[in-house]
Design a binder for this molecule. Structure first.
Ligand code: PMT
Length: 232
């Protein structure tokens, strides 16, 4: 359709994995391809929004009309997100952010040690990007509407409700990433949407479908919530 319900809104989306260096040639990361986040960016543009896409390392073309910011690490993604979140209407955290990084990336290539069976890596926690955005939103009072994702392999609804509450999100898109053909790397996805708006709490189950289609449903739901703002 030619409808543009997101006209005049700035939507910021994070996508893809983060890459946490161990030394000059190695890193910690995950299987996120960026497809879900890029689909969200495409859907948001199609609905008339101004879109900024903060992406970890992926091999996907930038959807037309989207302003893309490339980052590698969680710390870089955190920085770019905080900078843009303060000036947007909707912030969507779809990136698979590494929860930990090496305490100190080695300046030189880590050598294999003869006579030692193992290697101990010391990791430290990365910032929780979406929780920080939601906290800053609360401190500023109002914008943006914050949408998180939850990637779970069991007890989807229980963990998603916990993340919605604990990270002070307005909405969460919970996906079961243990189902073959859905989630990480796939073209399709299914999700349980949970949200808080002026009327209280809502939920909807989105069956398996192309990520492009699911993305549109997520953006439309967020737009619906925006017209009935939550009380924090
Ligand atoms: O990229 P694809 O291959 O298309 O796959 C899509 C996807 C499976 C990666 C996507 O649908 C998805 O579930 N993204 C979130 C992955 C994730 O890290 O989930 P989580 O449950 O660990 O994190 C919960 C929320 O907190 C997410 O919004 C995440 O972006 C955010 N987070 C997590 C850790 C952290 N340090 N900072 C964060 O902001």
């Amino acid at each position: 359709s030619g409808e543009t319900p997101a006209q005049g809104l700035h939507i910021v989306i994070t996508a893809g994995p983060t890459r946490e260096p161990l030394d000059p040639v190695r890193y910690l990361s995950n299987h996120s391809s960026g497809k879900m986040g890029f689909a969200l960016a495409g859907a948001a543009v199609a609905l008339g929004a101004q879109v900024s896409l903060i992406s970890g390392p992926v091999s996907l073309p930038t959807p037309e009309g989207v302003a893309r910011i490339d980052v590698e690490t969680a710390v870089q993604m955190h920085e770019a997100s905080r900078r843009l979140a303060s000036e947007c209407d909707i912030f969507i955290g779809c990136a698979a952010v590494a929860d930990y990084r090496a305490e100190a990336a080695s300046e030189h290539k880590i050598k294999k040690r003869e006579g030692e069976d193992g290697l101990i890596l010391r990791l430290v926690k990365n910032p929780d990007i979406i929780a920080d955005i939601a906290n800053e939103r609360d401190a500023a009072g109002g914008r943006p509407f914050v949408v998180g994702f939850a990637a779970e392999t069991r007890d989807l609804e229980v963990y998603a409700r916990d993340k919605l509450k604990r990270k002070r999100l307005d909405m969460i898109v919970a996906n079961d990433v243990s189902t073959e053909g859905l989630g990480f790397g796939a073209d399709d996805n299914a999700a349980l949407l949970l949200w808080r708006d002026g009327e209280g709490e809502g939920g909807a189950s989105l069956p398996p479908q192309p990520k492009t289609q699911l993305a549109r449903a997520v953006i439309e739901r967020a737009l619906g919530c925006l017209s009935s703002p939550p009380v924090h």
